[in-house]
Design a protein around this ligand. Structure first.
Ligand code: SF4
Length: 361
């Protein structure tokens, strides 16, 4: 249970060479959008950082956050990072059960008082303490007990960050988020249903390297990963800018890979790294698989859903498209770029066959 070893010592014991370590540091710096000049600082910080204790609690959740995490492909940054922490308690992954599991949590809390990172997935039911219990302890009580001596809390997944699906109307369990209960600890929200693995580990890496919280947006998300919306990084954006949309999931536009805005894509109002980091080792993300973004990393996800309804009146012709782009652009802060692109494309007929190659000319 002791975490006296530094990450550098642990890596050497595992046979990771200096060269391998520096590659890892470069990847970590890149993941955190740090310039290459900061790689030596990242290396020094990780070399000397104590191996942190992590206690992971799961409340009202579907296990997808943990499933997402375990879908990382070794040897990725995620795998390396998670080899270097001391995951002292995890409801889903631990072998221990019953009293011995709870004993492990208590021991980790005592041995690392004030230093451990508490990760929570799932919302917390306040409607009745019996709705969700672990070892006879209500979720609310376990959260308060475990948060008390944590250095920081990472709320993983939209349920822990904002209440998520359990909080959806009519919210039968009285579900709330971590930040609705804990008011005296630093909390980092890592929303997504589920979140991208590298985003979860990136937040932990930031904490290890700098010993501070990453810069957060106004709903508690790290800007390094949630600073831009999906729409601004979407590979279908050229079609949006040209006013070329799939009208249904099986029409010609869908087959040609046109923009999914009209079939309900929430990319323009959703902030996450899906379009750049992607899933399954960078293989794909929902829009690439032909389904619009659901907006799962936003507060009020689900109740605000209307998943297959467009955000606004869809573009019919170029004149309307410009007006529409202005409205959406104002909302998401991309009006100028969208308008320019729309104006440039004014000669293009809406349903003319256009491919990515055409757009890149
Ligand atoms: S509306 Fe959706 S599919 Fe279209 S460009 Fe934006 S994010 Fe991509």
């Amino acid at each position: 249970m002791s975490n006296a070893k530094t990450i550098g010592q642990t890596l050497r014991e595992q046979g990771i060479s200096r060269r391998g370590f520096m590659k890892f540091c470069a990847a970590t710096a890149s993941m955190l959008a740090l310039p290459p000049s900061m790689i030596p600082q990242v290396a020094q910080a990780l070399e000397n950082a104590p191996r942190p204790s992590v206690i992971w609690l799961s409340f009202q959740e579907c296990t997808a956050c943990t499933e997402s995490l375990t879908r990382s492909h070794a040897p990725t940054v995620e795998g390396l990072i998670f080899n270097q922490i001391s995951l002292d308690y995890h409801h889903t992954l631990q072998a221990a059960a019953g009293h011995s599991a709870e004993h492990a949590r208590e021991l980790a809390m005592q041995a690392n008082e004030g230093k451990y990172i508490l990760v929570v997935d799932g919302s917390i039911p306040l409607g009745n303490s019996g709705f969700s219990t672990i070892a006879g302890i209500s979720n609310e009580q376990m959260l308060q007990d475990t948060a008390k001596h944590a250095a920081a809390i990472i709320a993983v997944g939209t349920c822990a960050a904002y209440g998520g699906l359990p909080k959806a109307d009519p919210n039968p369990t009285g579900a709330v988020s971590v930040s609705d209960i804990i008011k005296d600890k630093p909390i980092i929200n890592v929303p997504g249903c589920p979140p991208i693995p590298v985003v979860i580990t990136g937040v932990i890496a930031h904490y290890l390297i700098f010993g501070t919280l990453p810069e957060l947006d106004n709903v508690g998300r790290p800007l390094a990963f949630y600073g831009q919306n999906i729409h601004d990084r979407c590979y279908r954006r050229p079609f949006y800018d040209k006013g070329l949309f799939a009208e249904t999931f099986d029409d010609e536009g869908a087959k040609k890979g046109w923009c999914l805005y009209k079939v309900g894509c929430k990319g323009p109002t959703t902030y996450n790294a899906c379009a750049t980091v992607k899933w399954n080792n960078g293989a794909s993300f929902p829009i690439e698989a032909g389904h619009g973004c659901l907006g799962c990393s936003e507060p009020n996800f689900w109740d605000g859903g209307s998943f297959y309804k467009a955000l606004s009146v869809p573009t019919i012709n170029t004149t309307q498209a410009v007006g529409y782009a202005a409205a959406v652009g104002a909302a998401v802060g991309v009006a100028a770029g969208a308008l320019n692109a729309m104006k440039k494309s004014s000669a293009k007929k809406q349903h003319e066959t256009v491919t990515i190659d055409d757009l890149e000319r």
